[in-house]
Design a protein around this ligand. Sequence first.
Ligand code: TRP
Ligand code: ZN
Length: 864
Amino acid sequence: MARTENSVTFLRSDYQESAFSIKSVKLDIALNPAKTIVVNRMMVSKKLVGVNSTLVLNGQEQELVSVRINDEPYRGYELTPETLTLHDLPDEFELSITSTCAPDKNTSLMGLYISNGNFFTQCEAEGFRKITYFLDRPDVMATYQVTLRALKTDFPVLLSNGNLIKEEELGNGWHAAVWEDPFPKPSYLFALVAGKLTAIERVIKSQSGKDKLLQVWVEAKDLEKTEHAMESLIASIRWDEKRYGLELDLDRFMIVAVGDFNMGAMENKGLNIFNTKFVLANPETATDVDYANVESVVAHEYFHNWTGNRVTCRDWFQLSLKEGLTVFRDQEFSADQMGSDSGKAVKRIEDVRLLRQVQFPEDAGPMAHPIRPDSYQEINNFYTVTVYEKGAEIVRMQQTLLGQDGFRKGMDLYFKRHDGQAVTCDDFVAAMADANHKDLEQFKRWYSQAGTPRVHVKESFDGNTYQVHFTQSCAATPGQDKKLPFHIPLLYKLIGTDQVGQENLFELRDEKQTLTFKGLSKKPTLSINRHFSAPIILDFEQSEEELLTLLREDDDAFNRWESAQKLFIQAILNNRDLDPALIEALRSVLNDEKLDAAFKDLVFTLPAESYLYEQVDVIDPQLIHQSRRKVRSQLALNLQGEWLKTYQKNSSTESYKADAISAGKRSLKNLSLNMLLDSQHEASQKLALEQYQSANNMTDRYGALSAMVQNASGYAKECLDHFHQYFESDALVIDKWFGLQASRQPELNNPSSVLAHVIQLRQHPDFHIKNPNRARSLIHAFCMNNPGAFHQPDGKSYQFWAQQVVELNEINPQVAARLARALNRWKQFSPSYQNHMKSALKFVSEHKNLSSDVAEVINKALNS
Ligand code: TRP
Ligand code: ZN
């Protein structure tokens, strides 16, 4: 631990086992919004008998009422705002602590809080310490028995982890429920829910024939939106049984939806708590993207039951142990749900797009960290795309190196060794290595070194021998100047040779290495890093001709897509017109009957601006924005005839089906509509209006609305008004209404109009800054996902950003700290932007009362 002026830095190397263990916890909680009383009785023991150690418990934002040891009052404690220290303790004792907290004042949404009149908890990472005094660290694992008491009329449903043992009527209209979780768990997996909720239920038989009760709890009005979450849960249970032989271990598994939530969802043992956005779905209110997100988040949280809960993290530096692995598992699950091979490729492309758009910039900026960080000031800031998505890539590479069967052997050994334990990333890799007798020592650098490796590829051919020369490097990141070579699995195939091309695995380990192929009569076309087998930046100058060959012929759908992306990037960055040969190749893609609609849609999705920023030394955001738009307009105009045909071919009058094939057709249809509007096709305005009015599902309705808003259609205003009025009572749809307006592309002759509009919407009666989904739908959407509108040379958006960060900082540090990252890459921008960004960062940093969350982000940006 290192203390500077106003921040404390925690180091991975400082890890020490706790001197005390807590075997069991009995909580008795009297729920009252203004003052909740918590009685916490713990069985505590020293790990080294007879040693006189002090016990330092964590606790925040509570009023301490009393401390008792073995039922005797104990006064020899010291209390600070964040700790309770006890001295001269016996080897084993019952520690009973009574304290109170105020859930109705809790706007941080960590610990115990109120949302729409109901009680919820969020304890990961360090929220339990806001509920009671405890050793709030993941390697302290205890069994929990929880008694909940509350007024029955206001809080008829009382839920906690595990099994329901008892329900009881108390006097004065109060009632109680007793829950028992038989599995020892860290405090971050504790949860309670109390309030007016109803559930849909299903009973299924697990693989070994046991009955399991599944419930999805929501407010009564949302009951008809729970079917998809329930089906996703059942599919997840089946998948984990089949792929990994892992069964649900409790008799009951509950999902609860809450409208105020900092993140996506939380894997509390037997009682998963979800942001409503990732539970509720029906065809009228949820898009295909929402359906897919619900499926993958339900799967993610369910999979945590084994990867996270049964085997948990020793300390928070090991977060990727559970998150990287569980994201990998949910990605594989979602890919398997797609059915076809090209469907799987679509899922892979979407995951890689996210990685490049968000994780690559993070890995190149002031917050860059290895997937297993070495230090942090605020752990909440490390629930990042690096720990999650890059972490999943590191797990995926192990599967690529070991094969799917070898990876399964490693998983089996991991559970055999570590079930019931709190372990490290090294333990995971050791299980993989030992089960397969494979040396993964060098591979472990992926856990310790930050930054995206760059692999430079150069070919040579002399009429017989074909060689591929690899050079790897990795730029410096904060605290890491020099990097050692990574162990990089590269899947490749030679295309257009007389030798039958086969996919092979090349393991790049050295800084420089060469692959040699003899006896070739002509130079092959190299398809490298197939399926994106390694999360790297590939520096490989292939000719346009070769890229077009790959676009037409590669049997790896990922690289087919990738070759088009490369050609787009070249055109955008050089501000060049698209080559007629590329347009013809793309025309064939669009007309190819054998290709999935979803794949075609992705081929025409241009690289995100944030990814384009990573391709240049100095960012001129407006230049990139305009140039990207120009390329898009060329696609729209040159293929106008195809867009109309594609639109018609993919329109359907059938009732809504949520499957991947139907969803792909809708996405391609909506892309076509967008292109038609962009190309100012005369019929397109009416087409969009008609689709908006006659849609029988949200994907089509929102798709039409979005196309009108993005292309400044004359009907946009009246449709936006109608949309708001029609869906007024549905919070998640109103989020879309805000989000769409915040994501609108700037008008070319009035580029600051989006900011003006956002400022106006900020005052809208439906805008509630305390609700994270609503705040994100407007503020984060504008500042983080609409770079073309946000980065204006007058710097006004940056002032807006700074004010919002400061305001959110008081309400909810986690939501504020996410937004605070928007200017992290400021040093890469051209000087005129940089100056405005720097003043905005300074404005925030000089604010009094900055949370540790926001302070860490802003200071690291300013000191970069
Ligand atoms: N463990 C959760 C997940 O990935 C993440 C999470 C949910 C979280 N809510 C949080 C992390 C609040 C920090 C704070 O599934
Ligand atoms: Zn997770």
